[in-house]
Design a protein around this ligand. Structure first.
Ligand code: PHE
Length: 328
């Protein structure tokens, strides 16, 4: 008779497969016996065929069971081998200051030296601070500029750091000279957008006539030269609901020096900032009278990508140490 005991003794999946072929393969022992049936007398044939079918069934079942057992064993061995000892001490630290933190620190450093205070506000905001007080009334089409995450109770994840302007003006009297760094949230995800990113807001308010667009230009030009070195700075008319007039600020491309390349889409310029003179409706919302001011806002990731030649924004959030090691 055929010996099935070797199935139980198979040491690994390879061995088991060889046994299966030996027993049930095209030229296997059991298959062979089926072929020999035709040589038997009818009565005998019936009996042997029944035995053979039972044998085949038994062998198939034993092999299937053994296979599960061996696969589980293999998985366990693999898990044991790949086990990570999180208590292991690495005398050569792999970490580095994250490019976003590093860039944020450089920005904060410049403005604190220019006598700006650093203010913060909540990440979960209400409609008033994030939109309404910033001259973005309900149903205003400019709200579409920012795809918002809302909570059921009507609160939202702030879409920019501008609500900190409002919070600061509601608790402080002019003169105000502040920046506000922090995380902001928008429903966006591609090569240059992530649902969470960072901004630095700036706001200067003083009595009427004391703060002008010229002051804004001077501060931002000095700031951009501090960050990017010897670049040209250009102000382009733009629109923000909370500033009037508004501008977007470009620097000459730091990769091609303004000649035109892939990074600047062959324009020679890189857009880096939004700014403007604070709209009178914003001052009205916080109850300020006879004041003047300017504000600006920038995306920290954009600065970090330009300063470190990082092509895909998302790579900064993947936590891959191979990226981080380049920033030691
Ligand atoms: N809050 C604007 C934005 O997120 C940036 C900005 C701030 C523009 C302040 C002007 C003044 O796009």
């Amino acid at each position: 008779m055929v010996d099935l005991s070797e199935i139980k003794n198979a040491l690994n999946l390879d061995e088991l497969e060889k046994i299966r072929v030996k027993l049930l393969g095209r030229n296997g022992v059991i298959t062979q016996k089926f072929k020999e049936l035709k040589n038997l007398a009818p009565e005998e044939k019936k009996k042997v065929a029944k035995e053979l079918n039972e044998l085949k069934e038994k062998a198939t079942k034993l092999i299937a069971e053994k296979k599960v057992e061996l696969e589980e064993k293999l998985l366990e061995e693999k898990l044991k081998l790949e086990r990570i000892d999180v208590t292991l001490f690495n005398p050569k630290p792999t970490g580095a200051i994250h490019p976003i933190t590093d860039t944020m620190n450089k920005i904060i450093d410049f403005f604190t030296k220019m006598n700006f205070s650093v203010e913060t506000g909540p990440l979960v905001e209400d409609d008033f601070h994030n939109f309404e007080a910033l001259n973005l009334p309900k149903y205003h089409p400019a709200r579409d500029m920012q795809d918002t995450f809302y909570f059921k109770d009507g609160t939202l994840l702030r879409t920019h750091t501008s609500p900190v302007q409002i919070r600061t003006m509601m608790k402080q009297k002019p003169p105000i000279r502040m920046i506000s760094p922090g995380a902001v949230f928008r429903r966006d995800y591609d090569l240059t957008h992530t649902p969470m990113f960072h901004q630095v807001e700036g706001l200067v308010v003083d009595s009427k006539g004391k703060v002008s667009f010229a002051n804004l230009k001077f501060i931002l030009e000095s700031f951009l030269i501090h960050m990017f070195g010897d670049v040209e700075v250009r102000f382009r008319p733009s629109f923000f609901p909370f500033t009037e007039p508004s501008a977007e600020v470009d620097i000459s491309c730091i990769f091609c020096g303004g000649k035109g390349c892939r990074v600047c889409s062959h324009t020679g310029w890189l857009e880096v900032l939004g700014c403007g003179v604070v709209d009178s409706n914003v001052f009205k919302a916080v109850g300020f009278k006879d004041v003047s001011g300017y504000a600006f806002g920038l995306g920290v990731e954009r600065f970090a990508m330009l300063l470190n030649s990082i092509g895909d924004l998302r790579s900064m959030y993947e936590g891959d140490i191979r990226l981080m090691e380049q920033f030691k």
